[in-house]
Design a protein around this ligand. Structure first.
Ligand SMILES: [Zn+2]
Length: 127
C-alpha cells in the first residue's frame, strides 16, 4: 500500500477496511440472491466452493446490474488504495475530501467535478 498526498496511511487503512466490509456484504447479498433463485441442487452445492470471480463469471447474467457495477467500483477503489491514487479526483487531480469519502468511499470525483458532471448530465438529459 502506497501513501499519497491526499490521505494519511491511517485514513487509507480505514477506507480499505470499510471497502472490504462493503465488498463482503455485497457478495453475501449476491450469493443469497443467486441461492434463492437457484433451483438445481447441484448449482447450490457448487456455489459454496466458488470464488468471487467464479461466481461473477458464472452468474453474471443473473446478478443485478446495479450490484455488479457497485462491486466493480469497490474493486477499483481497493486497487487505487494499493496504487496510492485513492482519494484523488480522476477529473482534476485534486484531493477528494475525507468527509466526502466517508459518505461515499467509492467516489471517483471531487465534489466540484461531480457537480459539474451532474449539471452536464441534466443538460443533455433535457435535450
Ligand atoms: Zn475534481
Amino acid at each position: 500500500m502506497k501513501g499519497n498526498q491526499c490521505l494519511t496511511k491511517k485514513q487509507l487503512e480505514e477506507f480499505r477496511e470499510i471497502l472490504e466490509q462493503k465488498k463482503r456484504e455485497l457478495i453475501e447479498d449476491i450469493k443469497r440472491g443467486i441461492l434463492e433463485e437457484a433451483n438445481a441442487e447441484r448449482e447450490v452445492g457448487d456455489l459454496v466452493d466458488m470464488s468471487t470471480e467464479e461466481i461473477l463469471r458464472t452468474f453474471e447474467m443473473r446478478i443485478r446490474d446495479r450490484e455488479a457495477k457497485y462491486l466493480k467500483k469497490i474493486e477499483k477503489a481497493l486497487q487505487k488504495i494499493e496504487e496510492g491514487t485513492y482519494g484523488i479526483c480522476e477529473e482534476c487531480g485534486k484531493c477528494i475530501s475525507y468527509e466526502r469519502l466517508k459518505l461515499r468511499p467509492v467516489a471517483e470525483l471531487c465534489i466540484n467535478c461531480k457537480l459539474k458532471q451532474e449539471k452536464l448530465e441534466r443538460k443533455f438529459g433535457e435535450e
